[in-house]
Design a protein around this ligand. Structure first.
Ligand code: B3K
Ligand code: ZN
Length: 880
């Protein structure tokens, strides 16, 4: 247990920095046993600071301080104080130059924050507070400086030396060493600093911007990955063009670089001009990456590139404003993905993530507003709420303003705040000023945590031809927040008549040519909307295209859901009706004995989906996916995972048995001839085939077994090969499963990204991923505790996706996860804190489970020297 409670930081206590940095000159001497960092800061007192005195405080973490000099004069140790992560100089002038020399040990840095080594190369991760692990500095985003960085290292081991901006000088040094100096003309916060040194292969391309400037594009990867760069490079060029066309944003430096590293705590990082990527989020080839991986890479490359404006040119004033850059940039990358792929499928995927995982976060002990009011460890706040709910908030502004005014608002935002560190409120203000709309109530989306609930009732007045929607809004209590105010919710609706035609939505008796879809603006606790000229009771299509991140309660009958499934003109709601129907059927079986009949209408609906080839196959591919166990848990009050799993399995098996012929026909129909393509149609075809195969193997179909084996052996792409492997792993064919797993490993053992897939296919499978096998995987040669991807692919997949195995009634899954967290807490607290997440949800589960989950949390809490990261998550979970 920690004896001291980590400090809580409050937004309300924000103060402007007392000193500013105009320029920082860095010199890195990189060696095998450590690195020496020389830093010279040109500083001056901030005229806007009211802080009294001449006291300078700089942040530092895990640094060995070698010397401090003020205006060229070395300070004696009495002239400064080094304590509690700060370097304090009591008395500095209004303007001065401060030189600091520190010694750090990148080779021993397992936290992967600051400067560290991965596969023999040096690299950095500074967001949010990693720069202080490199040198003493005012490590806060509202201190923006121009960086000049000289890197010195052994030429043979580290021929490539990179940092932000443009290279301005290079040369030879003694003892086989060399140096390169980089200069970044754009002032930036320290979290955007990056350095890379290694023996890397360079891939070059170029991009001509809208104003005719030629940008040098480069990717740096380990030589063995040279063939896995093309897709990301192409995605980068498409992102650059898209941002010019859709947002009018042109790239600003002469060079843009992407580096792939194997050991990385998250997906990627938008360092100015030098984006660093987790290898798994950038390297891809047809043989080694699935369709989902290609799409993820495309989205992340775009996301990091888009940050150049939404994040770098205009950055955050403080870390409470994180969603300013993340929510907006996720919205931008989602628009990009929708434009280049299937918009409905993209929306379905995003809403699924939000409803499954963000709603759970918002209902749990770590719930926080999109703009949090406090935190202990900022690394814990890179959450689904900041990113995904933050995206939804920007999307709602987009929908309220319409695309033209939104663009006007974003132009104003970039123009007004270029080169500044600002707040979410500044963003909303720019949107208001450009559109003339009042968004004051809308701002509650940033301030109030919790998922609003809309309860919808309807009535039809046949005599007057009026249909009414009565909508009530509540925002649930969350830790530290009660009695919330009603929010401003754009609620898109349509009404369908008995033939499936969308009806005009006239708000008055004499309104003509009324639109067939309206975005109702919900602002009160209760509101009634009337639609005129509705002669028969319609079927409402509510929250079309998932127009707001809310829960909607409306008592749909199964008949209505079946009707919407085949008639709704809104693709999202068509899919959602199918999900609701499947959920209703599964929920009605939970805890019942196996004799209970499964509603035959569900089979009928799925049969129609499989047979009607005129339907959009991308949508059908999504509609065929049953709601996940995670989502069913999220919807339950006191989840009993084994019962939920059993009920879902029954439905899956029943569908597969009943629809065997249709599934086989679907499989055959989607055999793909010709070249592998990444079009929405081709992706949908592979998804349908692999779903059909998976279902058939699930019921032990021998004909399908033969198909799976030949697909596994002959596939010319990873989607199909992995699809066949997954189907085999989840089947009862033990011998074939083992053969396939062995063959797969044999073939791809030298490719870390594919080995990660191999781990997670097993760890996420209920058939295979029971705890003894999970422990076995942790002993595997390819497993590495220091590599976050490996930990995620085994432990993360087990605890996050393999619910019935993790929630073993004997509590062994929880004890195992607690052991893993305690182990990782010392080496990589950020990853350890992430892994705790499934345990934080203990309240969601039936008491027999919840109690044991709490016990596991307590065993983590009691660890000696617990990190601040894990402490915050565990402490808040137990307090709830
Ligand atoms: N900004 C980074 C995330 C940094 C996480 C630091 N713990 C990646 C991104 O959102 O683009
Ligand atoms: Zn981001």
């Amino acid at each position: 247990m920690r004896t001291d409670q980590p400090q809580t930081i409050y937004l309300s206590e924000y103060q402007v920095p007392a000193y500013l940095v105009d320029q920082i000159d860095l010199r890195f001497e990189l060696f095998e046993d450590g690195a020496r960092v020389h830093s010279t800061l040109t500083m001056r007192r901030n005229p806007e600071s009211g802080a009294p005195g001449q006291r300078l405080e700089l942040d530092g973490d895990s640094l060995i301080l070698e010397s401090v000099a003020l205006d060229g004069q070395t300070l004696i140790p009495d002239a400064y104080e080094e304590a509690d992560g700060k370097l304090v100089i009591a008395d500095v002038p209004g303007q001065f130059e401060l030189s600091v020399v520190t010694w750090i040990e990148p080779q021993n840095n397992t936290r992967l924050e600051g400067l560290y080594k991965s596969s023999g190369m040096f690299c950095t991760q500074c967001e949010a507070e990693g720069f202080r692990c490199i040198t003493y500095y005012p490590d806060r985003p509202d201190v923006m400086a121009r960086f000049r960085t000289r890197i010195e290292a052994d030429r043979q081991s580290y021929p490539v030396l990179l940092s932000n901006g443009n290279p301005v000088e290079q040369g030879e040094l003694e003892n086989g060493r060399h140096f390169v100096t980089w200069e970044d003309p754009f002032p930036k916060p320290a979290y955007l600093f990056a350095l890379v040194a290694g023996d890397l292969t360079e891939k070059r391309d170029s991009f001509t911007t809208c104003s005719g400037r030629e940008i040098d594009l480069r990717m740096y990867v380990e030589p063995r990955n040279a063939e896995k760069c093309d897709f990301a490079m192409d995605a980068l060029k498409r992102s650059m063009r898209w941002d010019e066309e859709v947002y009018g944003r042109e790239y600003d430096l002469d060079i843009f670089m992407i580096v792939a590293v194997d050991d990385f705590n998250m997906g990627a990082m938008e360092n100015k001009g030098l984006n660093i990527f987790n290898s798994s989020c950038v390297l891809a080839s047809q043989d080694t990456a699935t369709d989902a991986t290609f799409q993820r890479i495309e989205a992340i490359v775009a996301h990091e590139y888009f940050h150049n404006w939404s994040g770098n040119r205009v950055t955050c004033r403080d870390w409470f404003q994180l969603s300013l850059k993340e929510g907006f940039t996720v919205f931008r990358d989602a628009q990009f993905s929708a434009d280049v792929g299937s918009p409905t499928v993209k929306r379905i995927e995003d809403a699924t993530l939000l409803r499954t995982a963000q709603f759970a976060e918002d209902a749990g002990p770590m719930a926080h507003p999109v703009r949090p009011a406090s935190y202990m460890e900022i690394a814990n706040f890179y959450t689904l709420t900041i990113y995904e709910k933050g995206e939804e908030v920007v999307r709602m502004i987009h929908n309220l303003l319409g695309p033209e005014l939104f663009r006007k608002g974003s132009d104003l935002y970039f123009e007004r705040h270029d080169g500044q560190a600002v707040t979410t409120d500044d963003f909303v203000k720019a949107m208001e000023d450009a559109s003339g709309r009042d968004l004051s109530q809308f701002r509650l989306w940033y301030e109030q945590a919790g998922t609003p609930v809309l309860t919808v009732e309807d009535e039809h007045d046949a005599e007057q031809g009026i249909y009414r929607l009565i909508i009530r809004q509540t925002v649930p209590d969350t830790p530290g927040q009660t009695n919330k105010k009603p929010q401003h919710i754009p609620f898109a609706v349509g009404l369908l008549d008995e033939h499936g035609q969308v009806l005009p939505l006239a708000l008055t008796a004499d309104e003509h040519n009324a639109p067939t879809e309206r975005v109702l603006e919900i602002t009160g606790a209760e509101q009634v909307f009337e639609f005129h000229g509705i002669e028969e009771p319609p079927v409402p299509s509510l929250l079309r295209d998932f127009s707001a991140p809310v829960r909607v309660r409306y008592p749909y009958t199964r008949e209505q859901l079946l009707f919407l499934m085949s008639h709704d003109t809104d693709g999202f709601n068509r899919w959602d009706a199918g999900q609701k129907l499947a959920i209703d059927v599964i929920e009605s079986l939970v805890g019942e004995d196996d004799g209970k009949e499964i509603d035959p209408r569900l089979v009928g609906a799925y049969r129609t989906l499989l047979n009607d080839t005129s339907l959009d196959q991308a949508l059908v591919a999504k509609m065929l996916q049953l709601p996940s166990e995670n989502y069913l848990v999220e919807l339950a009050d006191e989840a009993d995972v084994p019962s939920i799993h059993h009920a879902r399995e029954r439905v899956l098996q029943h569908l597969a048995v009943s629809l065997r012929e249709e599934l086989l026909a679907c499989y055959q129909r989607h055999q793909q001839a010709g070249d592998y393509q990444l079009t929405p149609e081709a992706i949908a075809g592979r998804s349908l085939r692999n779903t059909a195969l998976g279902w058939l193997l699930h019921i032990g179909d021998v004909e399908a077994l033969a198909l799976a084996r030949s697909q596994f052996e002959q596939a010319d792409n990873m989607t199909d090969r992995l699809g066949a492997l997954r189907a085999l792993v989840n089947s009862g064919f033990d011998k074939e499963r083992t053969e396939a797993l062995d063959a797969f490993y044999e073939r791809f053992q030298n490719d870390p990204q594919v080995v990660e897939m191999w781990f997670s296919v097993q760890a996420a499978s209920f058939k295979m991923g029971q705890l003894p096998h999970i422990r076995h995987l942790l002993e595997h040669d390819a497993f590495d505790w220091k590599n976050p991807n490996k930990v995620r692919s085994v432990v993360g997949a087990f605890a996050g996706q393999n619910l019935p195995a993790f929630h073993n009634p004997d509590g062994s899954g929880y004890g195992f996860l607690a052991d893993v967290v305690r182990r990782l807490d010392d080496s990589n607290p950020q990853i350890a804190a992430r892994l705790v997440t499934p345990l934080t949800r203990w309240k969601k589960f039936a008491p027999a489970y919840g109690r044991q989950m709490r016990t596991a949390l307590e065993s983590i809490r009691d660890k000696k020297g617990l990190s601040k990261d894990v402490y915050e998550v565990v402490y808040k979970s137990l307090a709830d």
